[in-house]
Design a protein. Structure first.
Length: 235
């Protein structure tokens, strides 16, 4: 293990991983890395280039020559986004947030060559920094030595309701039923795929956010990290 503090968070769709991770990162002055955004970029590239989702070779080639940059929103970028995502010099931060791209991300996430490329990028980013990284395989694949591993979850109905409200506040016209069906089907793909599926590792701290506010979840985690950091510095 290196000297940097790594927080790894996994969990299903709309468990609150993004919002919680962003606030924790700000409070602790860590870098926030949204790995789902990278799979969403892979899906967006597929759609924009009119590729079929099973055309693995073309997607891998495209991904390898694409430059993906992710950073904290600054200035005018602070428009409610959690992270700024630039692909080949184009800001795609909002384009990757549609339900269509989310579904596509889950599909391209099944391709092991795509995962290999993205996992390598994620590990490189975390190498020399304190990070909060969230996704589906962070606790055991991307950062297996993370200081703190968390599995953030919540009841299907509560998560679907949160996602529905989020989409509505952005002016997206979609029924609750559609959001619920999409969420359940995406979780199923993510948990059942052969390469690096979403799962709960033995040493993960499982937090069910169904009855907790964002603030409560953040406070729980920040408190734990402070205690762990004090113990580390006393050694
Ligand atoms: O976290 P999100 O909903 O933005 O992620 C979109 C999809 O990307 C998710 O359904 C599965 C895939 N994904 C993945 O396979 N591995 C990750 N580490 C992160 C996301």
């Amino acid at each position: 293990m290196n000297n940097f503090f790594h927080i790894a968070i996994d969990g299903p769709v709309a468990a609150g991983k993004g919002t919680v991770s962003r606030i924790i990162a700000e409070r602790l002055n860590f870098l926030y890395i949204d790995t789902g955004a990278m799979y969403r970029v892979a899906a967006l590239l597929t759609i924009k280039n009119n590729l079929k989702f099973d055309n693995e070779d073309a997607l891998v080639a495209l991904l390898e020559k694409s430059e993906i940059k992710m950073n904290n929103p600054v200035g005018l970028e602070k428009d409610g986004r959690l992270t700024t995502v630039i692909v080949n010099d184009k800001d795609v931060s909002w384009k990757i947030r549609t339900e269509e791209v989310g579904r596509g991300a889950s599909i391209v996430g099944q391709i092991s060559e795509v995962r290999k490329i993205l996992v390598k990028k994620q590990q490189e980013i975390a190498q020399s920094k304190n990070v909060v990284m969230e996704g589906r395989d962070i606790t055991y694949k991307v950062l297996p030595d993370a200081n703190l591993k968390i599995y953030l979850t919540g009841k299907d109905f509560v998560r679907a309701n949160r996602r529905h409200m989020q989409l509505q506040s952005r002016g997206v016209d979609i029924s609750f039923n559609q959001v619920y069906v999409d969420l359940v089907s995406r979780d199923k793909i993510d948990m059942e795929r052969t390469t690096d599926p979403l799962k709960i590792v033995d040493d993960a701290w499982v937090i069910d956010t169904s009855d907790l506010s964002i603030e409560q979840v953040v406070n729980l985690i920040v408190f734990k990290v402070n205690v762990m950091q004090e113990a580390l510095s006393a050694n």
